[in-house]
Design a protein around this ligand. Structure first.
Ligand code: ADP
Length: 518
């Protein structure tokens, strides 16, 4: 028997990855595989759940082959949140493709729902759904996708009522298969994944009868809700590994990143810089209700019936703004070039760029806003524009951060960062200046997989405590603010002025779906 490791299975929207971690929390092997994006109609997105299960086995097997000297002590799962799988309990076959988070097929239903008596919500989402679930009525979340399947797949509703169908987010689907599938698979989800369905009450951490009734979902098809770190079951022998390995950690991807960043105390926050931006703030045992359009969500649960809460805010155009400069304006060749040009410019030359391409989300919630570049003079060159684009990522982050501090009454002194764009030191320096807090980048940036490993390792005694996990987390570099508070506020006021200019652009026009966004 060789050294022990934790297997982290990171099932994302475009690919599935397995990383093996040793006791020091360092990666010893990794393997990744993409899966197909199925788009049967404009705006519809599906995945083949069997393909995902196949990829999961494959990446685990391949990672183990590259590290033959280690043996798995436990498996942790992290996954794309909200994506819905419904399958037959007896055959193990999904009744249709998985419906993916961003799939728009239930948008009309959601629009009707928002107008239904008793369920109305304000533009920032306050209303009964927010009170119960911490979420907004939106096609992103699983509940309306599950309802769609029951309504539209032939025979599904009858079979569901007979108890023959099972529902799961991707974690549940993988866990059920890993633990034996039709031969006794375990049907469980964790609190963080359950919280993205619109079906769980975030205060009681149980399925909410009124939500189930409204959406017409039989409780018999729902998985049992468990903590994020506990032994759910053990593997059945299959193509990838031996029987008997405990599966002991499950977290939705953003919550896993928070956990992998060792944000275990109230006030600790992580921001992920990918295509979009995803910020989560640990609010401890306070289930803070947002007045600024943020979501309230369980961050993780270590004990049945209780959890640590977080506020969550996301921004659609993060690194995607840089992609737009590259692919649409073609002023840079690669995303990395943005750093070179921003440095060459030195500053944005008074330019402010609001990338509200599909409206403004938290904390403004104005779908009539559109992208705006203001402050142009003859002096301005493309370098300034690139700089303004990077600054827009930082200002949007500050907007969400301000909302979080207001909603939670917590002062944030440091922001832990991860995601593809954090390699850009200039962006990180700008972020510290604009947010007015330290920006701390970890040495190991695959924080999502690391979070799943931490949760799994904690449950089996591979690691003893949160303190021990906190000690494993290693800093690469911290960026501190270098401008004065006065400079910061002057710049931020300008940004807010630019935001005002972007608002109301499509107001009064019959659109609502963004007619120019084709
Ligand atoms: P996702 O997981 O959303 O696909 P990643 O975490 O892989 O995203 O990050 C990719 C995003 O980061 C892209 O939108 C890209 O434009 C941006 N990005 C990558 N490198 C840099 C960089 N050096 N500077 C600025 N943006 C970058």
């Amino acid at each position: 028997m060789g050294k022990k490791c934790i297997v982290a299975l990171d099932q994302g929207t475009t690919s599935t990855r397995c990383i093996l971690f040793d006791e020091a929390g360092a990666p010893v092997a990794t393997h990744q595989q993409e899966h197909a994006q199925i788009c049967p109609r404009p705006g519809w997105v599906e995945h083949d759940a069997n393909e995902i299960w196949f990829c999961a086995q494959n990446v685990i097997r391949e990672a183990m082959v590259t590290a033959p000297s280690v043996t798995p002590a436990a498996i942790g799962i992290t996954n794309q949140r909200e994506t819905v799988v419904v399958w037959d309990r007896k055959t193990g076959e999904p009744v249709c493709n998985a419906i993916v988070r961003q799939c728009m097929r239930t948008q009309d239903f959601c629009a009707e729902w928002q107008k239904t008596k008793g369920w109305e919500q304000t533009p920032t989402g306050n209303g009964k759904v927010k009170d119960k679930t911490g979420l907004l009525i939106s096609n992103y979340f699983s509940g309306t996708k599950l309802r769609w399947i029951l309504e539209n797949v032939e025979g599904a509703r009858d079979k569901a009522h007979r108890g023959d169908l099972l529902f799961g987010t991707i974690d549940t689907w993988l866990l059920w298969n890993l633990t034996g599938g039709v031969r006794g698979g375990i049907h469980v989800t964790d609190v963080t994944n359950a919280s993205r369905t619109l079906l769980m009450n975030i205060k009681t951490l149980t399925w909410d009868e009124e939500m189930l009734d409204f959406l017409g979902i039989p409780v018999s098809m729902l998985p049992r809700i468990e903590p994020s770190s506990c032994v759910y079951g053990t593997t059945a022998k299959n193509a990838a590994f031996e029987a008997g390995i405990p599966i002991s950690g499950i977290l939705g991807d953003q919550q896993a990143a928070l956990f992998g960043q060792a944000c275990f105390e109230p006030g600790m926050l992580k921001n992920t810089y990918g295509t979009g931006l995803f910020m989560l703030l640990n609010t401890g045992d306070v289930c803070a209700s947002s007045q600024n359009g943020l979501l309230t969500t369980p961050a993780y649960s270590l004990k049945r019936g209780s959890c640590v809460y977080a506020l969550e805010g996301s921004v659609a155009m993060g690194g995607a703004t840089v992609q737009w400069l590259r692919d649409n304006l073609r002023v840079i060749d690669t995303a990395e070039d943005s750093e070179y040009f921003a440095n060459k410019a030195g500053d944005s030359g008074g330019v402010y760029f609001v990338p509200a391409f599909s409206g403004l989300f938290a904390p403004y919630w104005d779908m009539s806003a559109r992208g705006t570049i203001v402050g142009l003079t003859r002096y301005v060159r493309k370098e300034h524009l690139v700089c303004a684009a990077l600054e827009s990522i930082c200002y949007q982050t500050r907007d969400v951060l301000e909302a979080m501090q207001k909603d939670s009454n917590i002062h944030v002194s440091a922001m832990k960062v991860d995601g593809g764009a954090v390699g850009n030191d200039t962006l990180m320096r700008m972020q510290a200046d604009i947010a007015g807090c330290d920006v701390v980048r970890p040495l190991f940036r695959e924080t999502t997989a690391l979070g799943a490993a931490y949760a799994a390792g904690l449950a089996v005694g591979f690691w003893d405590s949160l303190d021990m996990l906190g000690a494993l987390w290693k800093k690469d570099r911290a960026f501190s603010p270098t401008i004065t508070p006065e400079e910061r506020e002057t710049k931020y006021r300008r940004w807010q002025k630019a935001i005002e200019k972007s608002r109301g652009w499509t107001e009064g026009e019959k659109e609502g779906r963004g007619s120019e966004q084709k």
